[in-house]
Design a binder for this molecule. Structure first.
Ligand code: SF4
Length: 336
């Protein structure tokens, strides 16, 4: 194990941990070149750092370290029931990066991982092979910015650059990159490809301010959407998670109207819509360590999922879909 001694106050990461077998990969070489003033710590296995007991997720979130690792197995996972498949039956997700640079108060990652540090897997070629194998019998729908925001992290590790030619060449893979980022240069630098969809998560400004720490404002996201549209990208608008807590319900009608004042529905592919929901285990873990108002509300528990009572969901959903269908055809609104 060794540490560099130079400290720069412009450091993006507190420290960079690197698995001993991850040094020879292009991503690692780039990171070492661009972060010469950050302490580098050589490790045997990323789990020795990431899975350490008694870490404090919220403290680490303010001062994240980066861990570069080689993924050994499980390159792809079956899409979970609580996520939308947008009509695709062969739905998988992959995680090149664990954790996120944003800090949403409702994020399930706080209950899923023992650490808020970022793990970036560097063996991109093995991911490509696994994705190709999964698509060999049947086209797949791949959520590639799952458990993270790849576009927000693009200036640190440009994963899309590593995967761009691969996705472009393999049209039997439909890729969704979900983001809250306002990084417009991304869309100017990478021409759109037919099988890549950018899913922008939008929330009312009041929700962004309250629950989505470090994320761009609604206007900045809408501006990024307009840039992506003008560059020819396929765009999905994700209205997810929707909150039904006191004080939030009134935000939605003007919010829907605002979006479609700024974005023409003919310029987008579809809309995803879903309520705040979380696996029971993650919710319980977060509830214990987090005193957020959000986790102290009354929710219903069903099929291992914590969310709003189903009757309330149905009532609000029907109201919202009626409003949204003034702007976009119901067939293009996907709900859970
Ligand atoms: S952007 Fe998504 S992954 Fe990142 S913190 Fe927010 S909810 Fe979690």
């Amino acid at each position: 194990m060794y540490k560099s001694s130079k400290i720069s106050d412009k450091r993006l990461f507190n420290s960079i941990y690197i698995e001993e077998n991850a040094f020879e990969f292009p991503i690692t070489r780039e990171i070492l070149k661009n972060h010469s003033s950050t302490p580098i710590i050589k490790i045997r296995n990323y789990k020795d750092v990431f899975n350490r007991p008694k870490q404090n997720f919220s403290i680490q979130k303010h001062n994240q370290s980066l861990i570069l690792a080689v993924k050994k197995d499980n390159f792809l996972y079956k899409g979970p029931e609580v996520c939308q498949n947008f009509g695709h039956t062969n739905f998988c997700y992959t995680s090149f990066l664990l954790n996120c640079v944003f800090d949403c108060e409702y994020c399930y990652l706080q209950g899923m991982y023992p650490s808020a540090n970022l793990v970036a897997f560097v063996n991109t070629e093995q991911y490509k092979q696994a994705i190709k194998d999964a698509a060999s019998n049947k086209p797949i729908y791949l959520a590639a910015s799952y458990d993270t925001d790849l576009i927000a992290f693009h200036n640190a590790i440009p994963y899309m650059e590593y995967f761009y030619d691969f996705f472009k060449a393999n049209t039997d893979i439909t890729v969704e990159i979900r983001t809250k980022s306002g990084n417009e240069s991304f869309y100017r630098n990478y021409p759109p490809t037919e099988n890549v969809i950018i899913g922008f998560t939008l929330s009312p400004e009041g929700i962004i301010k309250k629950f989505e720490k470090h994320t761009p404002s609604l206007d900045i996201r809408l501006k990024a959407i307009r840039t992506a549209i003008s560059e020819g990208y396929k765009i999905r608008i994700c209205l997810d998670p929707i909150f039904i807590n006191p004080g939030t319900d009134a935000l939605y009608e003007p919010f829907f109207q605002y979006i479609f004042d700024k974005i023409h529905s003919d310029d987008i592919l579809d809309v995803g819509y879903g309520f705040f929901r979380m696996s029971h285990d993650f919710f319980k873990r977060i509830e214990k360590q987090n005193n957020s108002w959000l986790f102290a509300q009354d929710y219903s528990h069903y099929n291992d999922v914590v969310s709003y009572p189903l009757e309330t969901q149905e009532e609000i959903k029907s109201k919202h879909i009626d409003i949204l269908s003034k702007y976009i055809k119901k067939e293009r609104i996907f709900t859970l």
